[in-house]
Design a protein around this ligand. Structure first.
Ligand SMILES: [Zn+2]
Length: 213
């Protein structure tokens, strides 16, 4: 059972992918982490991807898809929750074709929908600790003492790419890409839209219901 989770930064995808792992044994597969892991381990795919990654260029879709197929093979057969790939219709088509060749498919596409204003609000509240990069949020997950990490008491700061302008730009890109991707999977009757503005437990219940069918 392979799931694609679509949602803007701040929509709670990571939390819901963890719930799918806990409840249904689906292994989370964030494509950015997967890529960095291959590069760090120096696998053949990682070695091919490294020059693109280091130049800041997009890594060719074929390489990312091979990494995803490897991940499915090694994930024990219960399936994965894919996050971060595909982002475009050609990528979705290529992924479908590659999965078909190994007798796999995408069973369902979950779209965690959240209004732009809520995402902006959540994202602009993000603070990171200087010592270990622990993530806090003054709106949704505040530290006990303002400006100080609970775990290591180091100072909290806001990342330079978490300014309102940069967040707004990333959301613009997300919304323009995602609409096309939803069209592609809607034509396959696979999309479930879930209101990501609800409390986490309510979202989780909806996610599990959608996947269990
Ligand atoms: Zn910390």
């Amino acid at each position: 059972m392979n799931i694609i989770m679509i949602g803007a930064q701040g929509s709670g995808k990571g939390t819901q992918a963890e719930a799918l792992e806990r409840e249904l044994g689906l292994t989370p597969c964030a494509s950015g982490d997967l890529l960095r892991d291959h590069i760090a381990r120096g696998t053949p795919l990682g070695q091919e991807a490294r020059p693109y990654y280091e130049r800041g260029d997009l890594v060719p879709d074929g390489l990312v898809i091979q990494m995803i197929l490897d991940f499915i093979r090694s994930s024990g057969g219960r399936g994965i929750t894919l996050d971060g790939f595909p982002r475009t219709t050609p990528q979705a088509e290529a992924l479908d074709a590659a999965l078909r060749q190994m007798g796999q498919r995408i069973a369902r596409v979950l779209y965690l929908e959240a209004p732009r204003a809520l995402l902006l609000d959540r994202l602009s509240g993000r603070y990171i600790c200087r010592a270990h990069g622990h993530v806090w949020n003054i709106k949704t997950r505040p530290p006990r003492t303002p400006g100080i990490c609970d775990y290591d008491e180091s100072e909290l700061y806001q990342r330079s790419d978490d300014t309102p302008e940069k967040i707004a730009h990333r959301l613009d890109i997300f919304f323009s890409e995602t609409i096309k991707l939803l069209d592609y999977y809607s034509a396959q009757h696979k999309v479930t839209r879930i209101d990501g503005a609800q409390p986490i437990e309510v979202v989780t219940a909806a996610v599990l219901a959608a996947v269990r069918g």
